[in-house]
Design a protein around this ligand. Structure first.
Ligand code: FES
Length: 95
């Protein structure tokens, strides 16, 4: 079972592989904000500080939204589009 660290909250939890980041954040009580949960509003931009190799690839909608926001860069993802794999990850978000 992967562990996820929500850096802004200094919170680390163990979750089931294959669940979405919004579900993990909700279960953990993390403060990561979400809006549309569909990859279009940009509320949930995160930086994956470690473990990016454990996540699926950027999707088209996610990539397009990050480009529109000017938020592309190493580790930059939309939290609502992340599905957790088998490995640990650490994320942070802009506040
Ligand atoms: S919550 Fe809207 S893009 Fe993620």
């Amino acid at each position: 079972m992967p562990r996820i660290r929500f850096a802004n909250d200094d919170l680390t939890v163990q979750v089931a592989a294959g669940i979405s980041l919004p579900q993990a954040a909700n279960e953990a009580g993390a403060g990561l904000p979400f809006g549309c949960r569909a990859g279009t509003c940009g509320t949930c931009v995160v930086t994956v500080l470690s473990g990016e190799e454990n996540l699926d690839e950027l999707g088209f909608v996610e990539s397009d939204t990050l480009a529109v926001l000017g938020a592309q860069g190493p580790g930059r993802r939309l939290g609502c589009q992340i599905v957790l794999g088998e490995g640990d990850i650490e994320i942070a978000w802009d506040e």
